[in-house]
Design a protein around this ligand. Structure first.
Ligand code: MRU
Length: 346
């Protein structure tokens, strides 16, 4: 499963990214040979999803060092400049800062005077970040699949699939693994206004894998919960605070409340790189606000009066008390999360 497309491909001298803005109408790979381009691709959502933007940023840093070496200049200032640029692209997903931090740590151990050696070492680190992300997703799939019923309907919000990671996916990885293990899962896909990650990306991914799915608009899930037609919810995360509060795509909190009211388990699948132990609660997670045109326009066409005030937060925070379990590559965390998260990170 997920063998039919690549979210990104490292070619040694460039990073290829599947342009997620034009899916599902077109499958177009874009080529990035510099850190500026990669930063732009993250900012404009060519690549999106917490783990995927971290991996892309790591390759962006390799491209910065490569360019410095070609020009014959020192590599470290270019690396640091690119790190600052990439870190300024999107604020919420901690995986971005985690990946940049890991590259910085590798860079700190290198001498200034050997650009070829630095390039080789940093490229190895970025490739390791990519490979480890796919392995983590596979492992989350194995742990999480057991939580899903042998037969039933699972709701997901946004896209936490292969497109949001280096491959396989977090929430969709759990669903993929359950289906591979023979569970008869049907997925309800929230459209995910305003950027339509569910309609454009999750539905596309699931259909490619022939996993049965039905697309709904975000305001339809309440009636499905009320009718007893949702057996479990699985979503991804952009940042998890030390107490288990989860930032994910805006709308996730509403789904979690509905799940609790209707006694449906609400699972979050996320790698350790999504946990931010420095933040005590979700209240201090920075929430990105995006351009009002995402709300006032649909597919480039205005659907709201010109000049209307718009609020467009890209994420919301689901309090830990609504989260039944957090699936990680190291196993399934259960409440109380302050303790289970601390133990896992030890
Ligand atoms: O704005 P996006 O599309 O980058 O938001 C993505 C999400 O909210 C995902 O659910 C999250 O990053 C988890 S992806 C494995």
């Amino acid at each position: 499963m997920n063998g039919s497309f690549e979210t990104m491909r490292w070619e040694g001298n460039a990073l290829l990214l599947l342009d997620q803005r034009v899916l599902p109408a077109a499958e177009r790979m874009r080529r990035y040979a510099g850190a500026d381009g990669v930063a732009d691709a993250i900012r404009t959502m060519v690549v999106r999803g917490a783990p995927a933007i971290g991996v892309a940023a790591a390759f962006g840093l390799v491209l910065a060092v490569r360019a410095a070496r070609r020009k014959g200049g020192p590599w470290r200032p270019s690396f640091e400049e690119a790190a600052a640029l990439l870190a300024g692209t999107r604020p919420t997903a901690v995986n971005l800062f985690w990946a940049i931090g890991r590259m910085r740590k590798a860079a700190a151990a290198l001498p200034d005077g050997d650009p070829a050696g630095a390039l080789a070492r940093l490229e190895r680190e970025a490739v390791a970040i990519f490979d480890e992300d796919v392995a983590a997703n596979r492992s989350m799939g194995a742990h999480g699949a057991k939580l899903l019923p042998p037969k039933g309907n699972v709701l997901t919000h946004c896209n936490a699939g292969a497109l949001a990671t280096a491959g396989y996916g977090t929430a969709l990885g759990v669903i993929r693994a359950a289906v591979s293990a023979g569970r008869k899962i049907h997925v309800y896909v929230d459209e995910t206004r305003p950027f339509l990650q569910g309609a454009r990306l999750t539905a596309w991914e699931l259909m490619k894998d022939r996993i049965p799915c039905t697309l709904i608009t975000d305001n339809m899930s309440a009636s499905l919960f009320a009718a007893g037609r949702i057996d479990a919810v699985v979503v991804g995360a952009d940042r998890i605070a030390a107490n288990g509060d989860v930032a994910n795509k805006v709308g996730t909190y509403g789904v979690a409340v509905l799940a609790r009211v209707h006694k449906v388990p609400f699972y979050v699948a996320a790698p350790l790189s999504t946990i931010d132990p420095a933040l005590r609660t979700g209240a201090s997670i920075p929430i990105e606000e995006r351009d009002p045109s995402e709300v006032t326009h649909l597919a480039g066409r205005r659907v709201a009066p010109a000049g209307v005030a718009v609020f467009n937060p890209a994420f919301d925070v689901t309090p830990a008390r609504y989260v039944t379990a957090i699936v990680t590559e190291k196993g399934v965390l259960e409440p109380p999360y302050p303790g289970s998260i601390r133990k896992l990170l030890r």
